[in-house]
Design a protein around this ligand. Structure first.
Ligand code: NAD
Ligand code: UD1
Length: 335
């Protein structure tokens, strides 16, 4: 069975391709490499011993998508392609709306044309905004405070409308919490361009000596030690969640959202300490001011994914740190 993976060369996409191939799916990747490298595809092949069918190009290119759907029997699509940096989205909203929304609309039009109506979409915990109480459940009110978050929110709404218009669609909206870690081979992992915005890639670049120290954004949050708390989830657990979602879209009709998180919060200092303790590498840090828009504490209620998808996160924070470190020290400059 062939699955089309848009953005399959990216961080989450590459780990998902590995799990799909290892389970016996055929995998077709469309990626324009705007935030990734072609080397990822050879690494996926080294890990799995299997090839993906790669189309280098933009999901907004309708003719390219038509070619992909004509040349392959696509059963379902996992749509990862998009931009994801919150700060950049505030600076360049049109670029974000164009890429994230247009790519989705074009993809949906072509899927409809070829009568492929099973979709797994990369949403984000960011759609819960910052005013809901934790743990976050899928039925809570949604909001967004930046163009990136709004693009995810709009796409969720578009997909709900699409299902209302045609109930033969089957759509899983996966709301990811904070994916970190890397494949245990150390061959693929997160490879941000420039200085990382997110905590774990920042810590691992301090560990490898590329950055001097960690800036802890705020120490007066309402958490155990005053630093922000998040629900970190191992990237392989997240990837496996997509396999369960594929099974779900093959067996159900509907448009439904699922949190992919562990249900546990870890503060910035707890993550930093876990990294130091598991790897033995010192991470110097100092306190800096809060980053605007950050919530005190964000973690999932992961019961719905457990009950309806049969998925649960397995890896702990120590495994997330060790796997991140193995990837980072073997690939200090990424791909
Ligand atoms: P990533 O940047 O590593 O991967 C995205 C991939 O999509 C890249 O390989 C990029 O080259 C490709 N791409 C972007 N626009 C494209 C286009 N128009 N056509 C073809 N390819 C295109 O990001 P990621 O961390 O793997 O995230 C994947 C998805 O998950 C994104 O939609 C992101 O918003 C969402 N998400 C990520 C996180 C996270 O913490 N990483 C959290 C929540 C949601
Ligand atoms: C951020 C985005 C979110 C996006 C997610 C994955 C914001 C407000 N939110 O989530 O929309 O889906 O990334 O791309 O940008 N921290 C530090 N020092 C650092 C970096 C982070 O102290 O150098 C702290 C933050 O204040 C936060 C925690 O670490 O408390 C996690 O931050 P980060 O990894 O950026 O994830 P989120 O903010 O949860």
């Amino acid at each position: 069975m062939a699955i089309l993976v848009t953005g399959g060369a990216g961080f989450i996409g590459s780990h998902t391709c590995v799990e799909l191939l290892s389970t016996g799916y055929e995998v077709i990747v469309v990626d324009n490499l705007s935030n990734s490298s072609e080397e990822v595809l050879s690494r996926i092949e080294r890990i799995t011993g299997k090839n993906t069918r790669f189309y280098k190009g933009d999901v907004r290119d309708k003719e390219l998508l038509r070619t992909v759907f004509s040349e392959n029997t696509v059963e379902a699509v996992i749509h990862f392609a998009g931009f994801k940096a919150v700060g950049e989205s505030v600076q360049l909203p049109l670029m974000y709306y164009n890429n994230n929304l247009t790519s989705t609309l074009i993809l949906l039009e072509v899927m409809q044309e070829f009568d492929v109506k099973r979709l797994v979409f990369s949403s984000s915990a960011t759609v819960y905004g910052i005013h809901n109480p934790v743990p976050l459940t899928e039925d809570m009110p949604l909001s967004a405070s930046n163009p990136y978050g709004r693009s995810k929110l709009f796409i969720e709404e578009i997909l709900r409308d699409l299902y209302i218009s045609d109930e033969s669609w089957s759509i899983a909206l996966l709301r990811y919490f904070n994916p970190i870690g890397a494949h245990s081979s150390g061959l693929i992992g997160e490879s941000p361009k420039g200085v990382p915005n997110n905590l774990m890639p920042y810590i691992s670049q301090v560990a490898v000596g590329k950055l001097e120290k960690l800036n802890v954004f705020g120490n007066d949050y309402a958490t155990a030690d005053g630093t922000g708390s998040r629900d970190y989830i191992h990237i392989v657990d997240l990837a496996l969640g997509h396999l369960k979602a594929i099974k779900w879209v093959m067996a159900h009709r509907g448009c439904d959202a699922f949190n992919l998180g562990t249900g546990k919060g870890t503060t910035v200092l707890q993550l930093r300490d876990a990294f130091v303790n598991s790897t033995g590498v010192e991470i110097p840090y100092s306190y800096a001011s809060r980053r605007p828009g950050d919530a005190d504490e964000v973690y999932a209620c992961a019961d719905k994914a457990r009950d309806q998808l049969g998925w649960e996160a397995k890896y702990d924070i120590e495994a997330m740190c060790l796997d991140t470190w193995r990837w980072q020290k073997n690939n200090p400059d990424g791909f």
